[in-house]
Design a protein around this ligand. Structure first.
Ligand code: SF4
Ligand code: SF4
Ligand code: FES
Length: 308
């Protein structure tokens, strides 16, 4: 995570954003400056608890004096910057990103903002043509991606990976935002059970040598699930309820409690539907967990409802 100087030592800078003078802290990003004054900038790979990886490019803005559009999530402000967040160039770029993602990835369980942005930016994923059937992406060789015959559109569709009792990996829903890799690795867990394999369109999230999760280094902390923005990584309980058409967030209550397993005292958010815990999260802004848990806090809830 970025190291931030104490407030007393941080200098203020003034920038112009969409014609508005904005005063913010030196070291803040353009995204933070925008959010301070209520300007929405879409983000997909950004999360406040992770260092920016700059891979989705949906947050780009126009910076006067810069030839290329710049990612708002990682570019720090500098005094006198002039930024445009809604120019035609910006909108075209974001539309293209959203359209390519929506034409190749199943976004059905992605957050509502993604679908709103697709509408607001006028992305038309259907215009690319008919989607190709699922493929064996885990067998793809780098540099061997060929255009499909018959005008079919390549997608990341592939069978769901269900190889353990805790969570399901449905990479047909993966936008390759890297958040799970970061949470599993340097940013939180330091387990490094997953990484990006392959290149270009064939790039995908994989365990080492594509082994099943129980044979991998995974310790089932579920921190990857906690940061996944699309539902590609999902509790088995949620996956099964969705498959039966019974997942209903409007009937769920979220109760905050303290994990009973050890003295760290992580805050847990128990998501309860029909008197059963269906998933467990922790708040991103919690100063003990930053949203991260261990296997006991994340998945050890069966005893409370007599499942194990
Ligand atoms: S559950 Fe934890 S250890 Fe396993 S892949 Fe996800 S982040 Fe890594
Ligand atoms: S599985 Fe989820 S968190 Fe991981 S890269 Fe794909 S969309 Fe991002
Ligand atoms: S949110 Fe900025 S590059 Fe993805």
């Amino acid at each position: 995570m970025t190291t931030v100087a104490p407030v007393a030592l941080r200098r203020q800078v003034e920038v112009m954003i969409d014609g508005q003078a904005v005063t913010t802290w030196q070291g803040a990003t353009i995204l933070e400056a925008c959010r301070d004054v209520g300007i929405e900038v879409p983000t997909l790979c950004y999360l406040e608890t992770l260092a920016p990886v700059n891979v989705c490019r949906v947050c780009v803005v126009e910076l006067e004096g810069s030839r290329a559009l710049v990612p708002a999530c990682s570019r720090p402000v500098a005094a006198g910057m002039v930024v445009h967040t809604g120019s035609e160039r910006v909108r075209t770029s974001r539309r293209m990103v959203l359209e390519l993602l929506a034409s190749s990835v199943d976004l059905s369980t992605a957050g509502g903002d993604v679908h709103r942005w697709i509408d607001e930016y006028g992305a038309r994923p259907d215009r690319h043509g008919e989607a190709a059937p699922p493929s064996a992406r885990d067998r793809a060789h780098a540099g061997h991606h060929e255009p499909l015959e018959g005008g079919l559109v390549a997608t990341v569709a592939q069978p769901v990976k269900r190889d353990n009792d805790q969570y399901v990996r449905d990479y047909a829903k993966c936008i390759l935002c890297y958040k799970c890799v970061e949470a599993c690795g340097e940013e939180a867990q330091h387990t490094f059970a997953i990484a990006v394999a392959g290149r270009g369109f064939d790039a995908r999230i994989s365990t080492e040598m594509d082994v099943a999760l129980p044979e991998s280094a995974c310790v089932y902390c579920g921190n990857c699930i906690g940061v996944c923005p699309t539902g590609a990584l999902m509790f088995v309980s949620e996956h099964e309820l969705r498959a039966r058409g019974e997942w209903d967030e409007s009937r769920q209550e979220v109760t905050s409690t303290i994990c009973p397993y050890c003295g760290v005292g992580c805050t847990l958010e128990l998501h309860v539907q029909d008197n059963r815990i269906v998933k467990v999260t922790s708040p991103l802004d919690h100063d003990v967990t930053s949203g991260n848990l261990c296997v006991k806090g994340r998945f050890g809830f069966e005893f409370a409802q007599g499942d194990r």
